[in-house]
Ligand binder design. Structure first.
Ligand code: SAM
Length: 315
């Protein structure tokens, strides 16, 4: 048995001053000093008691403290900036080694070895006792979410343990795109890609003024749970290719984006065929299309690739 309560520690504000940790813009360092908001963030995805948590970008370890206060069993932090090492070591001591510190770039980080094998769960079953949490650096949030969505689609890396949920922050506008429904002004490729593999829940907004230094935008907390079965149950790269092509002409009729999938000499014939077979009104705009519309478009495109494999090389 171990104690969940943390011993008294210097405040995060004092730690930043003590170690002279000024925020680096290049690493999107915006610190959340308000304890109530940090607590609300780490609880946004439900209870953490006895969970193994992977936290991205702990900085001085502020959210990390709240994760421990929620009775996590073990926390792994992945931080790019080694200046935070001494403050994280302090927290490691205070938690009697229940914190593991990894200095590195999360975009290149393999999370799978961090978790014991016995935590594996069936994909179709309950979520495993593993959570990903992060007040993400804005600069990498979109490439990171695409990388993770692809891993979710393949059930690889940490998702070989089952449907590990994620509680993450994004710029408010990015979060709006992630959850946008058809006809919403923020409906975009990100909406289709996120909603296809995850249930995405926009939890709440943290005003920019709550961070130090204050970013120019508000920040949203998003909770994502991988779906048992994706809405478009096809290969990630194939879905990505079609969705990107269709949204490449966001404001125009969707047939304009679909045209991009085919070489000029076959374009007229194949666009017509694809739109008829998938039963899409060619004058709809990409942002008006539903997940079911995209499902039919991507399946129809996959069938065309079967008939004519040379199309694969196009775009
Ligand atoms: N968790 C702290 C908080 O909530 O106050 C700091 C959050 S700050 C928005 C983002 C953190 O991510 C910074 O500590 C930054 O150094 C770190 N970071 C930036 N790029 C990173 C990367 N590629 N891999 C891992 N950490 C990164």
């Amino acid at each position: 048995m171990f104690a969940y309560r943390l011993p008294p520690l210097p405040s995060i504000g004092d730690i930043l001053k003590l170690y002279n940790l000024d925020a680096k813009k290049k690493l999107s360092q915006n610190f959340l000093l308000d304890n109530k908001l940090r607590s609300k963030l780490v609880c946004a995805g439900g209870k953490l008691k006895d969970c193994h948590v992977i936290e991205v970008g702990p900085g001085p370890g502020s959210l990390t403290r709240n994760i421990f206060q929620q009775k996590a069993f073990h926390v792994h932090v992945i931080e790019k900036d080694p200046r935070f090492l001494p403050t994280l070591e302090l927290l490691k001591e205070a938690t009697y080694g229940r914190l593991s510190i990894h200095i590195g770039d999360v975009l290149k980080f393999d999370m799978k070895p961090l978790i014991p094998e016995e935590l594996k769960r069936e994909w179709e079953g309950d979520t495993p006792m593993i959570r990903i949490i992060g007040n993400l650096p804005f600069s990498i949030s979109t490439p990171l979410i695409f990388k993770w969505l692809e891993q979710i689609s393949k059930r690889s890396d940490i998702w070989c343990f089952g449907r590990v949920p994620l509680t993450l922050t994004f710029q408010e506008e990015v979060a709006q795109r992630m959850v946008a429904h058809p006809c919403h002004f923020q409906r975009s490729r990100l909406s289709i890609m996120c909603q296809n593999w995850c249930e995405v829940d926009h939890k709440f907004v943290i005003p920019g003024r709550a961070f130090i230094p204050k970013p120019d935008v508000n920040v949203s907390v998003v909770y994502m749970t991988p779906r048992i079965k994706p809405l478009i149950d096809l290969d990630f790269k194939l879905v990505e290719k079609v969705v990107f092509a269709v949204f490449s002409q966001r404001g125009k009729y969707c047939k304009r984006g679909v045209e991009r999938l085919f070489p000029e000499h076959l374009r007229e014939e194949l666009v017509k065929k694809l739109l008829i077979v998938s039963d899409i009104d060619s004058t709809k705009r990409p942002y008006e299309l539903s997940m079911k519309d995209f499902d039919r478009i991507v399946h129809c495109y996959a069938a065309l690739l079967e008939e004519n494999p040379t199309l694969k090389k196009y775009i």
